[in-house]
Design a protein around this ligand. Sequence first.
Ligand code: AMO
Length: 429
Amino acid sequence: MRTPINEVTPETGRAEVAGWVHEIRDLGGLTFFLIRDRTGIIQVTVVKKKASEAVLQAAKAVSRESVVRISGAVKPIDKAPGGRELTPETFEIVSPCESPLPLDVVEKVPADLDTRLDARFLDVRKPRVAAIFKIRSAVTAATYEFFSKRGYYNITSPKVVAAATEGGTELFPIAYFEKEAFLNQSPQLYKQMMMAAGFEKVFEVGPIFRAEEHNTVRHLNEATSIDVEVSFADHNDVMKVLEDLVSHQYATVAETCSDALADLGVEFEVPKAPFPRIPYADAIDIAAKKIDEPIAYGDDLSTPSERAIGEEMGEHYFIVDWPSAIRPYYAMPYEDDPSICKAFDMMHPRMELSSGAQRVHQYDLLVEQIKAKGLSPESFEFYLQPFRYGMPPHAGWGMGMERLIMTMLGLQNIREAVLFPRDRHRVVP
Ligand code: AMO
């Protein structure tokens, strides 16, 4: 129906383009339009003395951000974006845009994030904002490619569930006929069950729901998690999968998204595997030396601690050998020292990106650990049953997609990495 704007060159001769009116500059005898589609921007110049009556009328009537279709001759012009401009022979207003706009798409008037999110469809018309989602789309594609090349099965676990998986975070209850049900916090139990099913290597990219009440710049109530589980593997094996994946995701973005990165003004180095590893006990020592607040072995890491440790460790690194007391029941304790376990977090100086572990695959030990966390094995029967019928040793992790994008692109607020974020105050749009 039209030529994508980035394919229109001075050599094209003629072209028909369709898109949104990005800017209008009326200089009296001459009106310049910038027309934008997903691929780029082209200048359209209407010369009053030369244009047809129909073109003049449309050019006069059209408002910014209306959808238009314009055809005409293309000629080289040094000063115009892309070094070419279009002289219209036809100028059709396909779908007019009301004014004033709820949000300025050319960003002459900066808007706060709430206003932007309220008019998100307009906000993502900005090339700089659309660039985030181009990159997120490339990261998702790179993730599927990475796993399918390595023989993983892509699974889809239920999001309506009857039990919690991650102690500590709250669940969203939902009205589900006469049953008690919740939105799932993590595919954890299901990806483990697929190890009992003999799938051996699985991954899922899907939503997780956390009823965390605090409103922070790195928490969402609906996030996207990349989840992995591998049989006959330990924590070291799956840390390698994770660091290789992150390198591949960065490398793919560097290779395929140079325009989007330029729109955002972002440059990065592709992280190289293997990422450094530091035991939890050493990480706590670094934090205790560098920050003022009291911190002791057995504490979760605060944001200032994470930052302090990151200064020593660099952009991407693992914290390993966590105290069993502060990890979930499914983390495998070390045989020679059960007070620590084969769990890890993959860190960025700004925040945790992923956590994972080798899992307990022995039924009795798992029941014991569930009880030790004050949970009742009865409510986990559907999960525990497979452990009685041949469960291989296995390990896995989950990584937040939005946190990955946020740290890759230096975004200030995690909401910028989601099209329609869900937080305590936001369920619309
Ligand atoms: P965890 O609860 O640490 O582990 O979650 C894994 C990763 O998911 C992301 N994430 C979030 N991102 C944004 N907002 C949130 N509220 C949020 N909660 C979690 C983070 C985090 O590192 N079952 C385990 C994983 C496993 O062991 O396989 C789990 O869910 O990036």
